[in-house]
Design a protein around this ligand. Structure first.
Ligand code: PGA
Length: 250
């Protein structure tokens, strides 16, 4: 049986010092080995987080990377740079990147292929907006985001990619879809992967739920069919709450 995966996305929160303190607080609070835990601090804190995480099984990720290797891209950070800093995986296609920074599926696909080339694992975020759900377009949106995002990604590379289903209307809002809605989205994602690849890859692909996951609702979310873990924003900023979420997934 695959372990569960629970990942913290700090977004633009926590300095180097905050991140070190957080890790020191979190490590003794994790009492299960059944959950793969990852944390994604801001770029600036990755290197010092790496030092703090040595001798633990906690994985370190980045929240984004640029598609090019280097060049005149003021303010940007490349895959090679996050890898050198200590990140073994990267979140790509997060809805905040899609909406605020206008990242589309074509760019996200290029970033995925770059990360794969560099040996960086990927958490690919997909999810519908409230308007799209209202128009009954959830399945279609997931289908397009996955098929365009994973274009030309080979079957033998899919083991390096985790999918996170994050309905945009649920991120940071406290609004969580019903268990049935989440289960349906998980099924849609598996069906699409099956169409793009095959049943075995669809079965083995880890799919997380993300959007207002907290210490109180995580046990229930963990019980939903198809949910292999969570991508946690706001509630992950507090080590005690994040540890509780990890234990609720064990
Ligand atoms: P949230 O964010 O847990 O604060 O809703 C989740 C995410 O954006 O990954």
């Amino acid at each position: 049986m695959t372990n569960k995966v629970v990942i913290a996305n700090f977004k633009m929160n926590k300095t180097i010092r905050d991140t070190k303190e957080y890790i020191a607080e979190l490590i003794p609070l994790i009492t299960t080995s059944k959950v793969v835990v990852g944390i994604c601090p801001p770029f600036t804190a990755i290197k010092s987080a790496e030092h703090k995480l040595k001798a633990t099984n906690i994985l370190l990720g980045a929240q984004n990377m640029h598609v090019e290797d280097k060049g005149a891209y003021t303010g940007e950070v490349s895959g090679e740079m996050i890898k050198e800093a200590g990140a073994s995986f990267v979140i790509l296609g997060h809805s905040e990147r899609r909406s605020i920074y206008k990242e589309n599926n074509i760019l996200i696909n290029k970033k995925i292929k770059k990360a794969l080339k560099l040996g960086i694992k990927i958490v690919l975020c997909v999810g519908e907006s409230l308007a799209e759900r209202g128009q009954d377009k959830t399945e279609e949106v997931l289908n397009v985001q996955l098929s365009e995002g994973l274009k030309d990604v080979y079957a033998n590379e899919m083991g390096n990619i985790i999918i996170a289903y994050e309905p945009v209307w649920s991120i940071g809002t406290g609004k969580v879809p019903t268990n049935e809605q989440i289960a349906q989205a998980m099924q849609n994602i598996k069906d699409t992967i099956k169409k793009l690849y095959n049943a075995q890859i669809a079965n083995s692909t880890i799919v997380l739920y993300g959007g207002s996951v907290n210490e109180n609702n995580s046990k229930d979310i963990a019980s939903i069919k198809g949910v292999s873990g969570a991508l946690v924003g706001g509630a992950s900023l507090d080590a005690k709450k994040f540890a509780k979420i990890i234990s609720n997934f064990s």
